[in-house]
Design a protein around this ligand. Structure first.
Ligand SMILES: [Zn+2]
Length: 107
């Protein structure tokens, strides 16, 4: 995880660009096309759940709105799912969307 955060900038950018083009700048959740600044790349299986951070098959294009909804659902499900998972680390405890990789590496 630390290694990913450290080296992630360059590779994440390349993977993200790939996902945007593959998905033709269309949100996979609401199926609408957006301009680049409105789009974010989401991890289908969250990294915290063992998803591959840079594997294109684990990436999908979402608009900001849908991504936020998904992240919110994810965080909520973590809260309710009490105790099946080990504590993933300080990034999650700080709250306020710290999970959002797109915010760690802003475009
Ligand atoms: Zn959308």
């Amino acid at each position: 995880m630390c290694q990913w955060r450290f080296q992630g900038g360059y590779f994440w950018d390349a993977a993200r660009t790939f996902a945007f083009h593959r998905d033709r700048f269309t949100c996979r959740s609401c199926h609408r096309r957006y301009r680049r600044p409105q789009l974010e790349v989401d991890h289908i299986v969250e990294i915290a759940r063992g998803g591959a951070p840079l594997d294109p098959s684990n990436l999908q294009t979402l608009c900001r709105h849908c991504h936020r909804e998904k992240t919110r659902r994810f965080l909520r499900s973590r809260g309710e799912g009490a105790g099946q998972r080990a504590d993933p680390g300080p990034a999650f405890r700080s709250g306020g969307g710290a999970f959002d990789v797109a915010e760690w590496f802003p475009a």
